[in-house]
Design a protein around this ligand. Structure first.
Ligand code: MN
Ligand code: MN
Length: 454
């Protein structure tokens, strides 16, 4: 086999390891969209980014080099750095998503069964249901009280925290009819407790649970105005005896989100304006106010152009039309245990660098954004000039399936868009795997793109 990326880093592994340590910390503590946004805003403010809301209130004048952040409902984010060129000449955009597959608690989650207090869930995104059983799970999220008070919830991550989980049947009693693969969505119920409140007339275990919650200021009806995500409990960690990989929850697509955040925070006074975009709801079709299909992104760029004294409807449209975007999402890496769906020469491999997918889609490229060769040629030069290792890939054999990203939504503006991200194993499983070298190379690719000229 030809040499892989580790050859490049054999004598200078420290920076790569330091970067991945920061990344592991990010995915260990940020397991919901809101947790990701809180993390990013803190980092952005430290790097000199200022809130768009504040700048609008001050009616500030934005000039070259100024840095602005905007958050949408605490679940989506724009980081904008004003370039030397007028904004209408185009923006270098790196866009990723920060939602990940998981189980969400329903609005009325609590019920009792056979001596247990249970939590009813509705899964989010594409999951293989059996993978979520017999695992330690944590609860992350927010409860909003009627008076507007927000209570952040995080149970199951500290070493002495309790965890919850979904039970699985012992093999001895598992007949064909109840095989793991046959789990239904309604079967994904979380076991939450067993102690009874003997003073209560009925639902004694539920009653005891509500006593516990009441001591934290939460009542049963408050779960209607809550978003609690049930996610794998525990930290990301090194994977492999040589520590070359990372195993962690939510790497689709927080690995690209983190790489683009870091690349953006380290970009100062770029030639063209830069925009780091984090969106929600990609896993369920990019819908909703916080998904890529929302007008939020457009509105934010309009407000920023306005503060920079560069806004007109036409200038805004030109800005989008002249922009370039890396749709920063993960792709499937060739898996040695499951070779059948892969084409070994055209699919992504670990340790070959950032993966560029000219098109995604399925069954004759259906649903794909198909990147233009002129744009790809420019990217090849940008990457080669900065010594970034990359691979040109597809996702699986033709007609084996496929996937989509936010690429086609951004392409609607007439901008050049290509999918560019980290290859992942175990994608959408509770614990996903990436190669540290690919993670680092992807960050380097985003940095090179941010400062690129046309
Ligand atoms: Mn993704
Ligand atoms: Mn996904």
């Amino acid at each position: 086999m030809e040499s892989n990326l580790w050859k490049k880093y054999e004598n200078n592994r420290k920076e790569l390891e330091d970067f991945c340590t920061g990344y592991k910390d990010f995915i260990s503590t940020c397991k919901t969209e809101r947790e990701c946004i809180r993390y990013a805003v803190k980092k952005a403010e430290q790097a000199g980014y200022r809130s768009l809301k504040d700048l609008m209130q001050e009616n500030a004048k934005l000039k070259t080099g100024d840095k602005v952040y905007a958050i949408n409902m605490d679940k989506a984010l724009v980081l904008f750095c004003v370039g030397k060129q007028p904004i209408e000449k185009g923006i270098n955009i790196v866009g990723s998503h920060i939602d990940s597959p998981r189980l969400d608690l329903k609005a009325k989650p609590f019920y009792e069964s056979t001596g247990f207090c249970m939590l009813d869930t509705h899964y989010y995104g594409g999951i293989k249901k059996y993978q979520w059983t017999a695992l330690p799970l944590a609860l992350h999220g927010v409860v909003v009280k009627k008076d507007g008070e927000r209570l952040n919830i995080c149970i199951g991550e500290n070493e002495d925290d309790p965890v919850v989980g979904i039970s699985d049947l012992l093999p001895h009693l598992e007949k064909e009819s109840s095989k793991k693969g046959d789990l239904k969505g309604e079967d994904l119920n979380v076991l939450a407790g067993t102690i009874q409140d003997e003073k209560s007339e009925k639902d004694k275990i539920k009653a005891n649970m509500f006593n516990l919650l009441k001591s934290k200021g939460i009542e049963e009806d408050d779960f209607f105005s809550a978003e609690i995500e049930v996610v794998p409990a525990g930290k990301a960690r090194d994977f492999g005896l040589d520590r070359s990989m990372i195993m962690g929850y939510g790497q689709d697509d927080r690995v690209c989100a983190y790489a683009s955040l870091m690349a953006t925070l380290e970009t100062d006074s770029p030639e063209y304006s830069t925009l780091c975009l984090w969106v929600d709801k990609e896993e369920i079709g990019s819908v909703g106010a916080t998904g890529m299909s929302s007008k939020y992104f457009e509105n934010v760029v309009a407000e920023i152009m306005n503060l920079a004294g560069q806004y007109s409807e036409l200038a805004l449209r030109r800005a989008f039309n002249n922009s370039c975007m890396l749709s920063s999402d993960v792709t499937a890496a060739v898996d040695p245990n499951y070779l059948a769906p892969f084409n070994l020469s055209t699919d992504a491999h670990f340790n070959k660098g950032i993966s560029f997918n000219k098109y995604t889609g399925a069954y004759g490229k259906s649903g794909a954004n198909d990147a233009n060769p002129e744009f790809i040629a420019r990217l090849r030069k940008i990457m080669d000039d900065e010594g970034v290792t990359y691979q040109a890939t597809e996702m699986g054999k033709v007609d084996e399936g496929g996937g989509g990203t936010i690429a086609y939504i951004m392409a609607k503006y007439g901008m050049d868009v290509i999918d560019a991200g980290v290859p992942v194993l175990n994608m959408h499983a509770p614990w996903e795997i990436t190669s540290k070298a690919d993670v680092y190379e992807t960050y380097r690719a985003y940095k090179a793109f941010n400062k690129s000229k046309k």
